[in-house]
Design a protein around this ligand. Structure first.
Ligand code: FE2
Length: 302
C-alpha cells in the first residue's frame, strides 16, 4: 500500500477493492488557513477558486494524493475509495466539508452541473417525511443498486458522496457492487438486449427537460463490461426491454457480493461510475431522522 505523509491508507475491511484514506490532524490543521481564503459563494460563482482549494490540498502531499486517488479510481481492480478525517473535531463543520469535497473532486476531474440544485454540488437531507418524486429522499425504502447520470447528456465518470451530518440515524448504509464481483454480470452482459438503446427520462425534481437514449451495457477499451443503469428512469419500449430490466434488477438485488459500507460522519466515498454500482439500505424509522449529504459527479480530466 502507498504511503503519504499525514495520511493513513489501508484496504477496507469488507473489500480489497475499496481503499480507506484517513486524513491526519496535521493535514487538516494546515488546510484551515487556505480553506478560509474563499467562502462558499466564491466557490459557487468562481470556478477557478475550486482549483485553488484543490491545489492547496495536493501541495501538502507533493501531489501524491491526486496521483493516488486517480490511480485508484481508474484501476479496474479497485475503482473506489473512502476519504475523511481520522479524528473528528469541531473545526470540521459543514462548510469545511463542502470545501474538502470540492478540493477532492477537483483533483479528479470537472464536476457536472447538478440540475437538481443548479450548482456543481448538491446538498440535501434525508428525513422521516418526504414528498419528493424519486427514491433519493425516501428514507425507509431500499435504494436499489444503480449508477448515476443515466438520464443526462454529460458523461458521469465518477461520483462523490459525503456525509455532512446525521441525527437519530440507524441503518441507511451504503451498498456497493463491483461489476467483476457480480454473479450475473456475464449472463446479462452477453444478452444483446442490454446493448440496445433504451430511453431514459427523469421525474420533475431532477430539472432535466429532455430524454436520452443509450444502452445499459457498453465495453471499456479492454472489452470489459461497463454499466449505466438505474431502476426508476429507463422507459422500456417493448416487452423484451421490460423483461430484461426486471431480470437485471432482480440479479443485482439478490447479489451476495454487495459490500455494505457504514460511512462515518465527515467521510466521503468516491467511486468509478462505470463499473461500481451504489445503493442505500432503508433507515430505521424515526420521526427525528435527519441525514445531510453532499454529492458531486463529474468526468475525469483528459
Ligand atoms: Fe446515486
Amino acid at each position: 500500500m502507498e504511503k503519504i505523509n499525514g495520511f493513513e491508507i489501508s484496504e477496507q475491511e469488507r473489500s480489497k477493492r475499496i481503499i480507506n484514506i484517513k486524513i491526519e490532524d496535521e493535514i487538516l490543521e494546515k488546510l484551515i488557513f487556505p480553506f478560509n481564503k474563499f467562502n462558499i459563494t466564491a466557490l459557487e460563482y468562481k470556478p477557478f477558486t475550486r482549483f485553488t482549494l484543490a491545489k492547496s490540498l495536493d501541495d501538502l502531499t507533493s501531489n501524491e494524493l491526486s496521483k493516488l486517488m486517480n490511480k485508484i479510481l481508474r484501476d479496474r481492480e479497485t475503482g473506489c475509495f473512502i476519504i475523511g478525517p481520522k479524528n473528528i473535531s469541531s473545526k470540521i463543520d459543514d462548510i469545511f466539508l463542502v470545501k474538502l469535497s470540492t478540493a477532492i473532486s477537483h483533483l479528479i476531474g470537472i464536476p457536472n452541473h447538478d440540475s437538481m440544485v443548479g450548482k456543481y454540488y448538491a446538498r440535501f437531507f434525508v428525513k422521516h417525511e418526504d414528498k419528493s418524486d424519486s427514491y433519493l429522499r425516501k428514507a425507509y425504502i431500499n435504494m436499489d443498486l444503480h449508477t448515476d447520470g443515466t438520464y443526462v447528456k454529460e458523461v458521469t465518470d465518477w461520483l462523490l458522496m459525503s456525509k455532512l451530518e446525521e441525527k437519530n440515524v440507524k441503518g441507511g448504509e451504503t451498498t456497493m457492487l463491483h461489476l467483476d464481483d457480480w454473479e450475473h454480470c456475464k449472463n446479462l452482459f452477453d444478452d444483446l438486449v442490454g446493448r440496445q438503446n433504451f430511453f431514459w427520462g427523469s421525474p420533475k425534481s431532477k430539472n432535466i427537460d429532455y430524454k436520452v437514449e443509450h444502452p445499459i451495457f457498453s465495453t471499456d477499451s479492454k472489452g470489459k463490461p461497463q454499466i449505466s443503469y438505474i431502476d426508476q428512469f429507463p422507459e422500456p419500449k417493448n416487452m423484451e426491454q421490460g423483461t430484461f430490466l426486471q431480470k437485471l434488477s432482480d440479479g443485482l438485488e439478490e447479489s451476495k457480493n454487495k459490500v455494505t459500507v457504514k460511512l462515518s460522519k465527515s467521510s466521503s466515498i468516491i467511486a468509478n461510475n462505470h463499473f461500481w454500482l451504489h445503493g442505500r439500505r432503508p433507515f430505521k424509522e424515526n420521526n427525528d431522522l435527519s441525514k445531510e449529504i453532499i454529492r458531486i459527479r463529474g468526468k475525469f480530466f483528459t
